[in-house]
Design a protein around this ligand. Structure first.
Ligand code: HEC
Length: 132
C-alpha cells in the first residue's frame, strides 16, 4: 500500500489545507500592501501637505507661505518667504533637509521626528504649489 494510492483522502485533505494556508498568506501580503500603500506609497498630495503646513508652519511662515506672520516681527532672521524665487529654485532634497534638520542659528527647528517621509513629501508638494 503506497501513501498516495492507499490513503487518497488524507492527501486531499492535506492539499486542501495547504492551499488554504497559502491563500491566507497571499491574502495577508495583499492586505499589507494595500494598507501600507495608502500611507507610505501614495503619491505626494499638496492638499494633505497644506493641512500639515497650517498646523505646524503657518504661524511662522504665514498662512500663504510668504513669511508674513505675527511671529516674523520677533524672529531674526525672519521666517523665509517660501513662495520666493530663492526658495523655489532650491531642489526638493535641499528643502527636505531643512525641514527635517532645521537651520542652526535660526528659529527653524528640525521636524525630522514629527513627520513621516510621506508627510514631508506632502508638505513639499504643497510648498511647490505656492510658486507664483
Ligand atoms: C518658529 C518659526 C518657524 C516654524 C514653526 C517653521 N519655520 Fe521654517 N523657517 C523659519 C526660519 C526662521 C527660517 C530660516 C530663515 C533664514 O535662514 O533666513 C526657516 C526656513 C525654512 C525653509 C528654508 C527656506 C530656504 O529658502 O532655504 C523651509 C523650506 C522651511 N522653513 C519650511 C518650514 C516648514 C515646512 C515648516 C513646518 C513643518 C516650518 N518651516 C516651520 C522659521 C520657522
Amino acid at each position: 500500500m503506497t501513501w498516495s494510492g492507499g490513503r487518497p483522502s488524507t492527501r486531499v485533505v492535506w492539499q486542501a489545507r495547504c492551499k488554504l494556508s497559502q491563500r491566507f498568506v497571499v491574502g495577508m501580503v495583499l492586505s499589507v500592501v494595500v494598507l501600507e500603500g495608502r500611507s507610505a506609497w501614495a503619491a505626494p498630495d499638496a492638499e494633505r501637505g497644506k493641512t500639515l503646513y497650517m498646523e505646524s508652519c503657518q504661524h511662522c511662515h504665514g498662512a500663504r507661505g510668504d513669511g508674513k506672520s505675527e511671529m516674523a516681527a520677533y524672529l531674526t532672521p525672519p521666517p523665509s518667504n517660501l513662495t520666493a524665487k530663492v526658495t523655489q529654485e532650491k531642489s526638493d532634497a535641499v528643502l527636505r533637509k531643512t525641514i527635517l534638520e532645521g537651520r542652526p542659528g535660526t528659529a527653524m527647528s528640525g521636524f525630522g521626528g514629527a513627520f513621516t517621509e510621506a508627510q514631508v513629501a506632502d508638505m513639499l508638494a504643497y510648498l511647490r504649489s505656492l510658486k507664483p
